[in-house]
Design a protein around this ligand. Structure first.
Ligand SMILES: Nc1ncnc2c1ncn2[C@@H]1O[C@H](COP(=O)(O)OP(=O)(O)OP(=O)(O)O)[C@@H](O)[C@H]1O
Ligand SMILES: [Mg+2]
Length: 527
């Protein structure tokens, strides 16, 4: 557990206890160690005085070899329980007299060491046995040695008691410190906790009108004041923000409405454009019909006038009776040839008008029906023949399966191809008059058909290559181009036929449009 993750209260309590324990330890350590030294010192001093006095009393019996007197003197020591053993040695180191209540038998070498603590155990607060050796002197002569063994138990007992007292008071002090630090931290933290609680409430309710109150003029008082002024600022800015948000929302709503309106208008405009595109295609169609039908009709008129002229000649000769067989035969042959030509021309005209009529009806209605895609594309090219002839352009239409039927809107197909053909003529072949070709390849790809429309014209201008399907992109702005043709083609393929459109172009080599549409249009909405 990291100390940082503890509450401030616990951190304060722990800090108090650590600091207090440290102080108590230092103070107790120095006090106790000086008290040990004091006690030991005073015990030693007293023992030395005692030993010197005993030496004074022991020297006379030694001089006069009064063993009984010496033992009597020594036996008086039995009042002092700390004295373990006292021995009087003569100068030959023989025991002269001794006091040995515990009957200890250990060997003693009465070497002259004056005094020392013989601590064999090295226990806590155990100083062992104090051993004192004093020379027994009288008028400058040494008659022997006094040896005393004294127990230090009395100091150990006192010091142990002191130690226990210290431990007891330290524990009591620690408990008091703990209690005081809790009370103190509660007192110090109360205003901060109040602040935290208020912040929590504000965060939950977003009510910036709440204020905190505190009477003191100390740092907490200043903190509360600053907190209140912060709340005041927040209250103001929230109101501002709310106003701004509602203002912006209003603005956005207005803009959205405006956008929706513009979008609707744009859609309508797009529909109108498609319509006007259709109308202009119909106009083209009509001029195409006029142009195409012109030749067979001209032939028909010529043939019929020849028939009329030749039959008049025949009638005249018959009336005058000048009709020769050979003349009649040659005139009848002319009549026959001319009427054949007449029939052929009228037939061709009727076919042309039929297909023009179908295409124009398709373009107006946009209805979905099943038709032969190759034949239909050929008919569309036919309706554009008058323009294609002026360049002239060779048309090659290849089909994987000549009988391939598709079910979609032929009118939309016509609109798409009219635009592509018109673009090839106006843009692809504008500066290009020889060997112009348009290739159309129709292949089947599962339930889709792929139509590749390709001209070998000058290719799409590099400057518009990236945005060729966007509206109003044209390189012929000043020459009647609006830049809507390919955008309309794109929308017709994606939106009406549910297909896709891509293109490839190489400068002065070719422009290719790749159209993929479903073989069977099975969408719910009508085209
Ligand atoms: N087959 C093509 N060969 C070369 N450039 C082409 C071809 N088709 C289209 N482009 C280029 O793409 C541009 C955009 O064609 P789009 O049909 O959209 O507009 P437009 O033909 O200029 O005008 P509009 O069709 O509205 O009369 C053209 O201006 C032309 O530069
Ligand atoms: Mg165009």
């Amino acid at each position: 557990m990291k100390i940082i993750s503890l509450s401030i209260r616990s951190q304060l309590v722990i800090t108090f206890i650590i600091i207090f324990s440290f102080i108590v330890f230092i103070v107790t350590y120095f006090n106790f160690s000086s008290s040990i030294e004091q006690k030991k010192d005073s015990f030693l001093q007293n023992s030395l005085i005692e030993a010197n006095l005993l030496a004074e009393f022991s020297v006379t019996p030694l001089i006069f070899n009064d063993i009984e007197g010496a033992e009597e003197t020594l036996n008086k020591l039995n009042k002092d329980h700390n004295i373990l053993r006292v021995i009087i040695f003569d100068n030959d180191k023989n025991i002269f007299a001794q006091y040995n209540p515990s009957k200890k038998q250990s060997e003693i070498n009465p070497e002259f060491k004056e005094y020392y603590f013989d601590n064999m155990n090295k226990d806590f607060l155990n100083f062992g046995t104090l051993k004192i050796t004093i020379a027994l002197k009288h008028q400058g002569n040494i008659y022997g040695t006094l040896y005393i063994e004294k127990s230090t138990k009395i100091i150990t007992t006192i010091l142990k008691k002191v130690f226990n007292d210290i431990i007891f008071f330290t524990i009591i002090l620690l408990i008091i410190t703990y209690g005081v630090s809790i009370l103190l931290s509660d007192y110090l933290l109360k205003p901060i906790l109040h602040l935290a609680k208020t912040s929590e409430e504000i965060a939950k309710t977003r009510n910036y009108k709440i204020r905190v109150s505190h009477d003191s003029k100390n740092e907490i008082g200043s903190l509360y004041k600053a907190y209140n002024s912060l709340l005041m600022d927040m209250e103001k800015s929230t109101v501002n923000l709310e106003n701004q948000v509602s203002y912006r929302t209003n603005e956005l709503n207005k803009k959205r409405e405006l956008l929706e309106k513009s979008l609707k208008e744009l859609k309508e405009a797009q529909e109108q454009l498609i319509q006007s595109e259709k109308m202009s295609a119909l106009g083209n169609l009509v001029s195409g019909i006029a142009h195409e039908v012109n030749t067979p009709l001209g032939n028909a008129i010529t043939s019929s006038s020849i028939i009329k002229k030749e039959s008049n000649y025949l009638l005249q000769d018959l009336k005058n009776g000048t009709l020769k067989r050979s003349v009649m035969e040659s005139r009848l042959k002319v009549l026959n040839d001319s009427s054949s030509l007449l029939i052929k021309s009228l037939h061709y005209s009727s076919e042309l008008i039929k297909s023009f009529k179908q295409i124009s009806v398709d373009q107006v209605t946009n209805d979905v029906r099943e038709f032969n895609i190759k034949n239909y594309i050929e008919e569309i090219f036919l309706t554009n023949n008058n323009k294609l002839k002026t360049i002239p352009v060779e048309i090659i239409i290849k089909n994987e399966d000549d009988n391939l039927l598709i079910k979609t809107s032929p009118g939309v197909i016509a609109q798409i191809f009219n635009n592509l053909i018109q673009n090839s003529i106006i843009h692809g072949f504008s500066d290009f008059r020889t060997n112009a070709k348009i290739n159309v390849m129709i292949t089947i790809e599962e339930d889709m058909i792929k139509i590749v429309y390709e001209d070998n014209g000058k290719g799409i201008d590099l400057s518009i290559k990236e945005k060729i399907f966007e509206p109003f992109i044209t390189t012929k702005r000043n020459a009647g181009g609006t830049g809507l043709g390919l955008n309309i083609v794109y929308n017709l393929i994606y939106q009406k036929l549910k297909g896709s459109l891509t293109f490839k172009s190489e400068e002065n080599i070719s422009t290719q449009f790749i159209i993929k549409i479903p073989r069977t249009y099975s969408y719910e909405e009508k085209i």
